[in-house]
Design a protein around this ligand. Structure first.
Ligand SMILES: *Cc1c(COP(=O)(O)O)cnc(C)c1O
Length: 389
């Protein structure tokens, strides 16, 4: 089956009601026919659900589908993207280990790596997202994992997945990719040797700004380790949210085609605007990693960033002058959303740390939605005109 077909046709087993669309299973536990069956399911000798912290049919459907779309054997669904990232670290790392991470990562991932993992004796050091040649010298004898995000949030750095794969193979590192911005439709990290592919399903997988969720996908062996850890620690996704997310995957490909088409059109329009000093989009020829993006991504994604000439003050004015587009912290929604990373998602970082990942004071991030592109452009046009530097 092709991508779109898998996203629609991988379904939980039908019940006696012969429903076409899979129902929701809001149950905390499951019943057994007799003591023998109970014993066998508990012992893992017979397949079956026991308790929704361990497995639930809606979570299982989402996991099966995400594993198939990422091209791996198995997956585990969690309550948020951050619980997926945190559970991945805790499942595989122990005191004395070292993790190498890209500098250009989501703000909360940075907080976990710098504030919490060191408390448990796990050290982190940083690689320059744009200089793969420099990565190897950062590998230490106790380095266990490489963690990266591409394209990155919000700087849109595109990291070389093939170079990272070669490095991990050579040094026996667990290779983890936060694939949130690309989704498996635009990019499949497993083709470059990634061991664990992580998602904030809250973003494009839901795609309509309704629920939070996370995914960890990988080999049977790796996901068994994750599942065993999560079974005890409990970052479980609810049946309802799993149902929403699995339904959403049915339209992932068509939604992303339009997100990418709108984003490219907006990026081209912004590049021509005299109030804008810089536009960043992986599939614009002016992106520093344009060739690499073309190689490892099907399309450029739904996020565009730009810098207004008047810096912080004009950026703030622009947000206040928008009439249609939303000021919100989410991304990957049907609605176009504009944010100002320096004062919101990345406000906890020092100015210096922000500059290192390209978050300048006047940087705006647009999560380009599915409205008609003319309405998106018109709103930004009037807002830019009303806030001239
Ligand atoms: C939003 C986001 C996360 C965190 O996901 P939540 O679902 O909000 O917990 C992690 N990584 C990236 C790249 C994100 O954009």
């Amino acid at each position: 089956m092709k991508f779109e077909t898998k996203a629609i046709r991988i379904q939980a087993e039908r019940s006696a009601h012969r429903e076409h669309s899979v129902p929701i299973f809001p149950t905390s536990s499951f019943v057994f026919d007799d003591a023998e069956q109970m014993k066998e399911i508990f012992a893992g000798e017979e397949a079956g659900n026991i308790y929704s912290r361990f497995t639930n049919p809606n979570c299982r459907e989402l996991e099966d589908k995400m594993a198939a779309l990422e091209g791996v054997e198995d997956a585990y669904a969690t309550a948020s993207g951050m619980s997926a990232i945190f559970s991945t670290f805790l499942s595989f790392l122990e005191a004395g280990d070292h993790i190498l991470s890209s500098r250009a990562i989501f703000g909360s991932s940075y907080t976990i790596l710098t504030k919490y993992l060191p408390k448990w004796g796990i050290d982190c050091s940083w690689i320059d997202p744009n200089d793969p040649e420099s990565w190897e010298k950062e590998v230490r004898p106790n380095t266990k994992m490489l963690f990266l995000e591409t394209p990155s949030n919000p700087g849109l750095d595109v990291l070389d997945l093939e170079a990272a794969g070669a490095l991990c193979k050579k040094h026996g590192l667990l290779y983890c990719v936060d694939n949130c911005f690309a989704t498996p439709y635009l990019q499949q990290p497993v083709q470059y040797g990634a061991d664990l592919i992580i998602h904030s399903a809250t973003k494009y997988i839901d795609g309509q700004g309704r629920v939070l969720g996370g995914i960890i996908a990988g080999s049977k062996e790796h996901i068994h380790i994750v599942r065993t850890f999560c079974r005890s620690s409990g970052p479980t996704l609810s049946a309802f949210n799993a149902w929403i997310l699995s339904k959403s995957l049915e339209t992932l490909a068509v939604r992303l085609d339009r997100h990418c088409e709108n984003a490219l059109a907006l990026a081209k329009w912004l590049a021509e605007n005299d109030q804008v000093s810089r536009v960043n989009y992986p599939f614009l020829e002016t992106h520093p990693a344009y060739q690499l993006a073309k190689k490892q991504m099907r399309k450029g994604g739904g996020i565009v960033t730009f810098e207004v000439k008047g810096g912080l003050a004009q950026g703030r004015q622009l947000l206040n002058n928008m009439k249609l587009l939303s000021l919100s912290a989410n991304l990957g929604d049907t609605r176009t959303i504009v944010t100002h990373p320096a004062s919101t998602t990345h406000a906890k970082l020092s100015e210096e740390a922000r500059m290192e990942v390209g978050i300048t004071p006047g940087l705006l991030r647009v999560s380009v939605g599915l409205e008609n592109i003319e309405d998106i452009v018109n709103d930004l046009d009037q807002a830019l005109s009303a806030s001239k530097a």
